[in-house]
Design a protein. Structure first.
Length: 365
């Protein structure tokens, strides 16, 4: 008898609607589309969605919910399902989009999208979504707000510079621009005060952040941004996954003798992390002997300063992850001390920190 082996609900989220599709995977690997329905994206609609899924699913088998990450519109649904004890996975839209292409679906609607999400959940092994810690969620919102204010202040300063150096400067416009800049400064000060308050409420978080800041060039805002965007590295299994999450992983397209794509970083990741690491990397190149040596070694090989700077960003990110995980402080002479203690590099088994200290990748652009 052809029995059900797996079942899940694929949900395409929007601001007002939750387009849902309940699908099952049979023993012969056939995918059976059972029912589809649209619910409102509010507490009442989410409750009706859960009752509907329970009614049409097999109670003897676990039921999974697969939700496509759509801005912030999926967050209330994901939190409700997690609190109810369901297995929920949140997938990136580009992964679902690539999977939909393999289905050769010509008509793309919310209904077909939910169907594709359900099939994706049945055929793929997905990680379970966990509700983020409140302090990390708060810090993420605050650091992103500060980043936005900083960009707006930079825009206002550029406008002020252009107005001051123009042939026909408008004094009223200058006053408004200066007032706007002061407003942004005041707002950023309030946000930073909120960040410091949130950190002060968690002693363990404060101590770990202080240890991460022992890295040359890494300030409190940089450390908080990285930790908040990765939820305290709770969802990171290894350094390779972290680099990919930040979009600093190297990709290359090569086929036969004619297609020779230039290696570059993917940029398919958290842009807030990459933006937060840019200035710390430049500071580390100037003030940290290890980063400076690594930077100049790469520049001497290929002559591209940006490639070397991105490599330093990548090193800083992994080093922050290691210090956070091991709850240790940065020691630029760590490797030399290990060699001196053992008497020979070969007698001292390399740790994860040793590997990152010897890491060298020249294919980053």
């Amino acid at each position: 008898m052809n029995q059900i082996t797996k079942q899940c609900v694929g949900i395409d989220c929007s601001k007002d609607e939750l387009v849902s599709c309940l699908a099952s995977l049979m023993q012969d690997m056939e995918i059976k589309q059972q029912v589809r329905k649209v619910f409102s994206n509010d507490p009442a609609g989410i409750s009706r969605l859960v009752n509907w899924a329970k009614k049409h699913s097999d109670e003897s088998l676990p039921l999974s919910f697969i939700v496509e990450a759509t801005g912030v519109y999926h967050e209330k649904l994901a939190e409700h399902l997690f609190d109810q004890g369901f297995h929920i996975s949140v997938v990136l839209p580009r992964r679902v989009h690539a999977f939909t292409k393999s289905l050769q679906t010509k008509t793309i609607t919310d209904s077909t999208a939910s169907q594709a999400i359900a099939q994706f959940g049945l055929l793929k092994k997905l990680d379970k979504w966990h509700k983020p810690n409140k302090v990390y969620r708060l810090l993420r919102n605050l650091t992103r707000e500060r980043e936005q204010l900083l960009q707006q202040r930079t825009t206002a300063k550029n406008q002020l510079h252009a107005e001051q150096n123009g042939a026909w400067a408008d004094q009223n416009a200058l006053k408004r621009l200066k007032k706007r800049i002061r407003f942004y400064d005041e707002q950023m000060g309030q946000v930073e005060a909120d960040i410091n308050w949130a950190i002060s409420q968690d002693k363990s978080l404060k101590e770990r952040l202080e240890k991460v800041q022992t890295i040359k060039g890494v300030s409190l805002i940089t450390a908080v941004t990285i930790v908040a965007e990765t939820e305290g590295f709770n969802l990171i299994r290894n350094s390779r996954q972290l680099v990919s999450y930040a979009g600093l992983d190297v990709i290359q397209k090569q086929s036969g003798t004619s297609v020779r794509g230039k290696p570059r970083i993917s940029h398919r990741g958290n842009r807030h992390i990459r933006r937060a690491l840019y200035l710390p990397a430049l500071s580390a190149i100037r003030h940290d002997p290890f980063s400076k040596q690594h930077y100049h070694r790469l520049v001497s090989r290929h002559g591209v300063k940006m490639k070397a700077a991105v490599s330093v960003q990548r090193k800083l990110l992994i080093l922050m992850y290691i210090l956070w995980k091991n709850q240790s402080v940065y020691d630029p002479h760590y490797r030399e001390k290990c060699i001196k203690k053992s008497g020979s590099p070969s007698l001292d088994p390399p740790t994860e920190l040793d590997l990152i200290c010897s890491f060298d990748n020249t294919n980053i652009t």
